[in-house]
Design a protein around this ligand. Structure first.
Ligand code: SF4
Length: 357
């Protein structure tokens, strides 16, 4: 597989996890639980961790949430980011509560003196700050100066915030510059990546529901990653955040940047297909969710082209008339009736995984 050289960025630590430098692209999500409900928030963090999430972010909209954040942080297996808007005291409380990173938009914190207090507290705690610029909340003066909501205005906003934090002697910074329009997000991250070597957190914000949002995110985030831009990412979906993690790894796996869990390839079917391939592929996909090994599994419609087309798969099945061939690395192992195909494939996968342990 081709590899995509990454742009060199500064390394920033979030808990024990590195973002930027030579670290792999880090996968993040954001809880959609009420942070004040510590038990529900923790349950979701455990589900996210199980799916492969490496950092989660929680909204801290009030002091009650900041108190709950402290409890959640103590019990969380993942580093946690506190998402703060408007009130610098919430940022200070979240830092006290053990946040591993703070996400702010300095523009809406107001008085620079308050941003200084956040920077000082973060420095003392040894944690980074993510400056999250969003195309939807740019200052009017920047929009006027740059002729609209565009990549220049967004980049200027991010760089203004960087300059402010650097003035306060703070340089553990991660930057995001999200837009809901993937084309604008791509242009903005490209421009910003030429102007700074702070690590970049990629995302297409408000991307949409599962199907549409995954496509928009894959286009936006995938384009940037293929250009070597991006050190961490969050796929934003109006869906269970666990889906964000599956989508993030699918994007990273398709570029060969991370491997986690199995990869399923399946043919689109054609006039040669004589089995219910869609059903078989969906059943196999569901069963693969419990496998952690980075194996490649193929589910192909026919034995004419199937094993050949899927030669790069570790293991697979190819349909015939009411039966399937099981193959490994393009070599046919045996033939099984259609109704036994999924079980036979999963048995072979178990054997393969056992040999990898
Ligand atoms: S693997 Fe066979 S059934 Fe599937 S698309 Fe190719 S030729 Fe058609």
């Amino acid at each position: 597989m081709l590899s995509y050289p990454r742009r060199k960025t500064k390394k920033v630590m979030v808990g024990g996890l590195a973002i930027g430098g030579d670290a792999p692209v880090v996968v993040q999500s954001m809880n959609n639980t009420d942070t004040r409900d510590a038990d529900a928030s923790l349950r979701q963090i455990l589900q996210l961790a199980e799916a492969g999430c490496e950092i989660s972010r929680l909204a801290v909209p009030d002091m009650e949430a900041a108190d709950a954040f402290a409890r959640i942080r103590r019990l969380s297996p993942l580093p946690l980011v506190a998402d703060i808007h408007f009130d610098y005291r919430l940022a200070l409380a979240a830092i006290n509560a053990g946040a591993d990173k703070i996400r702010i938009n300095p523009g809406n914190i107001g008085d620079p003196e308050r941003v200084r207090q956040i920077a000082d507290a973060a420095r003392k705690a040894g944690i980074p700050i993510r400056v999250g610029v969003n195309s939807g909340s740019l200052k009017q003066s920047l929009i006027n100066a740059h002729g609209g909501v565009n990549e220049a205005a967004m980049t200027a906003s991010a760089l203004d915030s960087v300059a402010m934090l650097e003035r306060f002697g703070f340089d553990q910074i991660v930057l995001s510059i999200k837009a809901s329009d993937p084309a604008l997000a791509i242009a903005a991250y490209r421009l910003l990546s030429r102007k700074t070597d702070y690590p970049l957190h990629l995302g297409v914000t408000e991307a949409g529901t599962l199907r549409e949002g995954v496509i928009r995110s894959a286009v936006g985030i995938g384009t940037l990653l293929a250009e070597g831009i991006g050190d961490t990412l969050r796929v934003s979906l109006t869906a269970d955040p666990v889906e964000e993690i599956h989508a993030a790894y699918a994007i990273l796996k398709s570029l060969g940047l991370r491997r986690r869990g199995p990869e399923l390839i399946s043919c689109p079917t054609c006039g040669r297909t004589a089995v219910d391939l869609q059903k078989v592929a969906e059943t196999v996909e569901e069963k693969l969710k419990s496998i952690r090994h980075p194996i490649r599994v193929a589910v192909m419609g026919c034995a004419v082209n199937g094993p050949g087309e899927a030669r790069h798969a570790d293991i697979g099945i190819a349909g015939g008339k009411g039966e399937f061939l099981i193959f490994r690395k393009g070599e046919i192992l045996r033939k099984v009736p259609q109704e036994e195909a999924v079980k036979a494939l999963m048995d072979e996968i178990d054997k393969l995984c056992a040999s990898l342990n």
